[in-house]
Design a protein around this ligand. Sequence first.
Ligand code: AHM
Ligand code: MG
Length: 332
Amino acid sequence: MSTDPMSSEIITVQSHIIEKQRKHPQATGEFSWLLSGITLATKIIESKVRRAGLLDILGADGRINVQGEIVQKLDRIANETLLRTLGYRGNIGIMASEEDDEPHMVKDVGEEGRYIVLFDPLDGSSNIDVNVSVGTIFSVLRRKAGEWNRENPVVHLLQPGFEQVAAGYVVYGSSTVLTYTTGNGVHMFTLDPDIGAYVLCNEDVKMPDTGKMYSVNEAYLSTFPKGYRDYLGWAKGEGYSLRYIGSFVADFHRTLLRGGVFLYPPTTKQPEGKLRLLYEANPMAFIAQQAGGAASDGTQAIMKKQPKALHERTPLIIGSKSEVDRVLGFLA
Ligand code: AHM
Ligand code: MG
């Protein structure tokens, strides 16, 4: 091992974002400020997730913990943490959360506050009580020309995924990993708990183009459309493996690194699929595309879909390009 302290550089997510922004002469720095708000919020959430068992904040709302405090569910805490951290950045006009029916328009935002942040504060939160990985997913949009529509802020949010200016997720797993893209590749950072900083671990991540692994809740098989059933039958014959955690963020993270395909098809119970277009499918589709993978709803690319409602759901096929194409071949 080299003893030269200059032989390897430590790059934090903050310095990485600033460095990338420097390549854009028109950049004002406010975008870096916004992303630093998101990373700060995820560090606060991660500390709550790590201490959940100790602090007794698992389970349902309304219980009293040992200190006599009202117990809040972790997903509420994660939601409030993001709203509080981002609401004061000055450059964000609207925040929308999977947890809340209506978007949050920042009251005193001026016209300079031109960003919109959408998030799923704690994806997979039903897995928390059994100590399985959960995560935060985010998507950043820019306000289109014109002023804020304060009466009906939803109009600003219904933008197709290709309009995203950034997207990312944090998985609170055996370690805490942040992955983001601003349209210049996909970059991955691990939280070093000793210094409290996300440190670059994987720059310009590429998803393997193939991978003999599928990820789906196969218990619903009999209610999937025929094409999905045919694909899954074919994959078994080809010796594929099944991996399904039931936390989208964790299932996606594995698919990004190892390849394969994640599926949440339409089912009898959920004819539009279960996952949300704006909070889950679009940000992950942006990351997949930037890593060389693909994402589709079975008929069109996820990022081309024109959203019609804030909490719209979508069927989702996402992962290695060849595997996604294979599924689409069975659906055709
Ligand atoms: P939620 O929005 O109720 O948290 O559900 C989202 C989660 C995803 O993390 C996961 O991929 C999916 O639900 C699992 O659903 P199922 O239990 O139907 O397999
Ligand atoms: Mg979710």
